[in-house]
Ligand binder design. Sequence first.
Ligand code: GSH
Length: 262
Amino acid sequence: MLELHHNNMSVCSAKVRLVLREKGLAPVEHHYDLRRGDQFAPAYMALNPLGVVPTLVHNGFPFFESTLICEYLDEAFPEPPLRPADPAERTAMRRWASEPDRGLHAACGAVSNALAFRYQFLALAPEELEANLAQTPDPARRERKRMGIEMGMDWPPAAAAVRVYDGALQRMEMTLAAGGPWLAGDAYSLADSGLTPYVVRLDHLNLSWLWDRRPALAAWYDAVQARPNFAGLADHVEPAYLDIMDAHAAELRPKVEAALAG
Ligand SMILES: N[C@@H](CCC(=O)N[C@@H](CS)C(=O)NCC(=O)O)C(=O)O
């Protein structure tokens, strides 16, 4: 039996759902409200001690860390293969698939928070916000969350995160322009499914202008959206979140541009 503990708008969860769809797998789903703090419930933290989604449970055994889950799925359910057979392409795939774990995921969190999600928290009463922050077990993670909520794009790490994101887009552009059509060569792989939710997030944040002058990336983004497995992401998008992302986009664009120039 296959079970997925996830959240609809979580990029890491979407990453895993794209792979599940590609494999034609339909797990039993358990949805977590991350704003309410469902991820910190003791029963869930027994599965995933970090208190983050996603967690995949296969035949009673829990797997966490989305990059590792995706590799596991490709090993346990080999058809269609999402890891290139060629060793050099396989290494390239792993380099791209692990890009979120080397800073892009943290940058995505900081940018999403600074441009949109902080407004969900700022709408809470002060004591509700404190209670919500207090649930985050790791003090450093709690403090980062607090600063992002309080300062938004005026928090220097948020501006730095914009540059990290932009650097990843530029490297994607260069890779795709030099080879392609996929990130690790001729075939769609875990590299493409792994990066897709991060580009979608920028699109949702009204930052698609970041690839106005990146034609190879723009073509890749069209191609990933045209694939049937994209439903694994698109079917879970929550309109209320898109409304929050739209609400402040125009007013915040100059701050994003300033961060890129910084
Ligand atoms: N490296 C982890 C990151 C997981 C992660 O940060 N998940 C986010 C959603 S994308 C989460 O659960 N956030 C809740 C929180 O930080 O309280 C992975 O790839 O699975």
